[in-house]
Design a protein around this ligand. Structure first.
Ligand code: ZN
Length: 945
């Protein structure tokens, strides 16, 4: 720990203690006072929280602290998510003595040897990291109300979740049935994003299987995402080197890759008959079930036995891989199927030739495939004559009947529709089937086993596929504020594709389903509306309510206002006063004003949060805002346990001190961007904050009570402006922008001020106090220290946002002086030989205002002398936007007075003594005609050499 970080840590400890003693962050409801209720996703205590969590919690804390200054009651609570498998799996792995995980935990989280031994017990492990993470949040300076802390296995919480699930079930949103889920074969359970390594959400997709049959009754199930191209198949592909099997699949004898058979066995019955090398099938002939054509099986290296069934159909006219592979074999047979604007009959051939692709091993085939697939999918139409390709093997009238169906639903239809039709038709006529697969494979369970897709028969699901439910979710997304705003599209897309989702498991910590013994609500399902629980748990404890009091009637009354308080009191055994007080808390704090989390939670947790709120609560209790922040990288690399570069939050606080760490996480990237955390930058920021400390100390110690000069007024005016911009940035959750404005731009302004005055004035002290309030959300401990130093009342944390009057004349004076300096520097006579400068000031500021309109005649009519009007109008036109705005806003401005106050500054900057004259002063000499030439804001300048 460096000297500097020790300074910041000691300072922080002092203020954290005082906040705690004064209960600054433990708000009570105050009807009539506006409130701000913000939450950030509670962590799983299966490891210590790191600076990535720290960033999310910091953004929430900055908003919480900012809104306190605006006079809102602010509630920022925190809990711990013990539910489900994330904790259980780690405990199991440690109990099994897994060396890698044990080493990771000892090295990254500094877990002592005697502790790690006890972590085979999931509760012990959770408790350990719960306490460590809580401690990290405290030393980091988060303004959390800890009186509402809970874990998700508390009996009160379980009663709350049971109530939620009863509500959902009664609305028909919890259903039981058959559905594909991501599945860990070792754990024998469904897995979602929070059970996988790197929190990867398994993407479940669907292959259409098309049954090509050989003469001996074996079926070769070609797996495809483009079943509409089956009439154009010229051959099948099999990887000659890979392991295949002959197997009985759902009553049919099939040939497929061994890996495909393994994955399919989780979805239907699979009995292996014989294991065979793929090469054995090369050269066999099989019949296309749609056209009746007999085609040959060719060998292809590009067939991946781990994808689909390892049997692939070849459509060279529309698939670049197929075209290139056949060309390698010297075969060119093309059957055109799809018309698409901008391409000829054989888009695959065209693109392969245009890209100069040499062989089937060319990596450019990926891009070629993407181009053709997406063009055909979005704009392609099936050719009319494809119907003639169909059913050539069938006798009449069967052939005509099949062709009639294809003419109606397939030929001439957009590719999208044709695809939908043929995949249904294949299944219904027994010529094909469906296979689910992980499309973003490999995805691994935390235990290290690769995830497959299992079709579950009697699983409990939340039916996110329900169209009415989706509609309500979309309405909320429409209404709410989402930061960044372009994440809205991602929410809409997630709502579109979400379907049934397994909501209960048979293992892990959590809440049992009340109506179905043996099932426990899983972790992404018991974390969707718990923000409401924060509002009531404090009073539930204060009134000494027991879990058995927390019945359905209790929650209905507290959260939904259902029932008469006397009746509910009788039924639940809870005092009416208690019921009313608890209901009042919920009514005061809800709806939630902001939900903060990392962007990785958009496709799961945050969308479930939206769905469940609209299902349970009335519209006026729907959340108002979501903030989803980017990742945190460390020295340019993704943090991961295996790289040992995860930086736990408590360790980072000890390395840099909480405020330098906060400043770094706030300024290194805007909220939605990924943030690259760099050690050197954190150290620089620590020095910068130390410099702010010395600067404010100097003002506090040396400020003198004197009449305010233009310079003092300028400082206050700059602070007023910066605070306006910072306020807007905070309100829009532009945390980086607010930090730049407050910690960096204002620091330069204060530096310049101190360089211009001999001693700061008491007005500068006022300016510094305003500055300290504006920086408090970012660096709260430093702010408290400076606030006390400046003689502020109470805590900086609760000080009102400063109301500073804008002072355009003061800003104008400073800009005017800087403009004058630039003008002098441009004069050739200004140089080492310059001995003195005479300045002639034209004090008719009203003329400049009259010239702002840019019209010479109007200026003359307003009183500008005709001989000066044209020059003045031209001069005003050259001024920047800021100057023109300031001129318009300033009522009075006395140039002479301004120059006299800034005289020392001017002489110091220019290095030459100055003589300042009023141009109207009859006694002043007219050196070089400069007296006559002086215009307001453009003084005459004469340089003595
Ligand atoms: Zn597993």
């Amino acid at each position: 720990m460096s000297e500097q970080s020790r300074f910041f840590i000691e300072l922080a400890e002092r203020w954290q203690r005082r906040w705690r003693e004064a209960r600054v962050f433990e708000p009570e409801p105050s009807p009539g006072t506006p409130k701000f209720f913000i939450t950030a996703a509670y962590p799983y205590p299966n490891g210590a929280i790191h600076i990535g969590h720290g960033r999310t919690y910091l953004i929430a804390d900055v908003l919480a602290r900012f809104y306190r200054h605006l006079g809102r009651r602010v509630l920022y609570p925190m809990g711990f998510h013990y539910t489900g498998t994330p904790i259980l799996t780690i405990a199991e792995v440690i109990a099994a003595g897994d060396k890698t995980v044990i080493e990771e935990y000892m090295e990254i989280y500094d877990v002592p040897g005697e502790e790690i031994k006890k972590m085979g017990d999931p509760l012990y492990l959770a408790r350990y990291f719960h306490l460590q993470s809580k401690r990290a949040m405290e030393v980091f300076g988060l303004s959390i109300d800890w009186t509402r802390e809970f874990t998700t296995i508390d009996p009160e919480y379980q009663r709350f979740i049971q109530w939620q699930f009863e509500k959902l079930r009664k609305k028909g949103l919890v259903v039981r049935g058959r559905h594909p889920v991501g599945w860990c074969p070792k754990h024998q359970m469904p897995v979602g994003a929070h059970d996988t390594k790197d929190d990867k959400e398994p993407d479940i997709g669907q292959w259409t299987l098309i049954y090509f049959a050989d003469g001996e009754g074996f079926v070769y199930p070609a797996a495809t995402l483009r079943p509409e191209t089956v009439p154009g198949v010229t051959n099948l592909w099999i990887n000659p080197e890979a392991e295949y099997v002959m197997a009985e699949v759902d009553g049919r004898r099939m040939v497929l890759s061994r890996d495909g058979a393994y994955r399919l066995s989780f979805q239907t019955s699979v009995k292996i008959i014989r294991e065979v090398k793929g090469g054995e099938f090369v050269g066999r002939r099989v019949q296309n079930p749609v056209t009746g054509d007999w085609v040959e099986i060719y060998a292809a290296r590009f067939v991946d036995p781990k994808v689909g069934t390892g049997v692939v159909m070849s459509v060279p006219a529309h698939a670049p891989y197929d075209y290139a592979a056949l060309r390698d074999l010297g075969v060119e047979r093309l059957i055109p199927l799809i018309r698409v604007e901008g391409y000829g009959d054989y888009p695959a051939k065209e693109v392969v030739e245009r890209m100069g692709i040499k062989s089937q091993d060319d990596p450019a085939l990926e891009d070629a495939t993407k181009e053709v697939y997406s063009a055909e999918y979005s704009r392609g139409v099936m050719r009319e004559d494809v119907a003639d390709l169909v059913a050539r093997h069938l006798p009449e009238p069967a052939r005509s009947m099949v062709r009639a169906v294809f003419k109606m639903y397939f030929a001439g239809r957009p590719v999208k529709e044709a695809r939908e039709f043929i995949s249904k038709w294949l299944v219904e006529s027994g010529l094909g089937g469906v296979m689910y697969d992980i499309m973003n494979k490999p995805v691994y369970c935390r235990c290290g086993t690769e995830i497959v897709v299992k079709v579950l028969e009697d699983q409990w699901f939340l039916n996110y596929g329900d169209p009415k439910w989706k509609e309500a979710a979309r309405r909320l997304i429409e209404e709410m504020n989402i930061v960044p705003s372009d994440a809205k599209a991602q929410f809409f897309a997630t709502v579109d594709w979400l379907d049934k989702r397994a909501c209960a498991r048979t293992r892990g910590l959590g809440t049992p389903l009340s109506w179905s013994p043996g099932w426990v609500v899983e972790s992404l399902s018991d974390s969707t509306i718990y923000m409401a629980y924060y509002t009531v748990i404090k009073k539930i404890r204060q009134f000494g309510l027991k879990p058995e009091h927390l019945t359905e009637e209790f929650w209905d009354f507290v959260f939904l206002g259902v029932g008469d308080v006397g009746e509910v009191a009788k039924k639940t055994g809870v005092q009416p006063e208690a019921l009313k007080a608890i209901r009042e808390e919920f009514e005061y704090w809800y709806p939630l004003d902001s939900r903060n989390s990392g962007k990785d939670l958009i496709p799961n947790h945050l969308t479930f949060f939206i769905f469940n709120h609209v299902a349970i609560f009335p519209g006026d209790k729907w959340p108002r805002q979501i903030v989803a922040n980017g990742w945190v990288l460390r020295e340019g690399e993704k943090m991961s346990k295996s790289k040992r570069n995860v930086l736990p939050l408590d360790k980072a606080v000890a390395m840099y001190g909480p405020d330098p760490l906060r400043a770094t996480l706030a300024v290194a990237a805007e909220v939605e961007q990924d943030l690259d955390f760099r050690d050197a930058e954190a150290r620089r920021n620590a020095q910068h904050l130390a410099a702010i400390y010395s600067l404010v100390q100097k003002i506090a110690q040396s400020a003198e009570d004197r009449a305010a000069t233009w310079v003092d007024r300028w400082l206050l005016a700059e602070v007023a402006n910066a605070l306006e911009r910072a306020k807007e940035a905070y309100e829009k959750v532009r945390v980086r922008q607010a930090t730049v404005e407050v910690l960096f731009n204002l620091k330069s302004v204060f530096d310049q001020y101190l360089s211009m005055v001999d001693k700061p004035s008491t007005l500068a002290k006022e300016a510094a106090k305003a500055w300290v309030v504006a920086m408090e959300p970012l660096v709260p401990h430093l702010a408290e220290e400076l606030w006390a130093m400046l003689g502020g009342n109470g805590f900086a944390a609760t000080a009102p946002w400063p109301a500073l009057k804008p002072d355009p004349a003061a800003l104008l004076a400073k800009r005017y002086v800087d403009m004058l300096i630039e003008d002098v520097k441009k004069i050739p006579a200004y140089g080492p030989a310059a001995k003195k400068i005479s300045i002639y000031v034209n004090r008719n500021f009203a003329w400049v205002k009259a010239a702002l309109g840019g019209d010479v005649r109007a200026a003359v009519q307003a009183g500008v002398p005709p001989q000066a009007a044209k020059r003045l109008v031209d001069m005003v036109k050259t001024l920047g936007d800021e100057m023109r705005t300031l001129i318009a806003a300033a009522d009075k401005f006395d140039e002479l007075e301004a120059l006299n106050t800034y005289k020392t500054y001017l002489e110091k900057t220019l290095g030459v003594p100055l003589e300042i004259y009023d141009a109207d002063d009859q006694a002043a000499p007219d050196l070089g005609g400069k007296k006559r030439a002086a215009l307001p804001l453009k003084p005459g300048i004469y340089i003595h050499v």
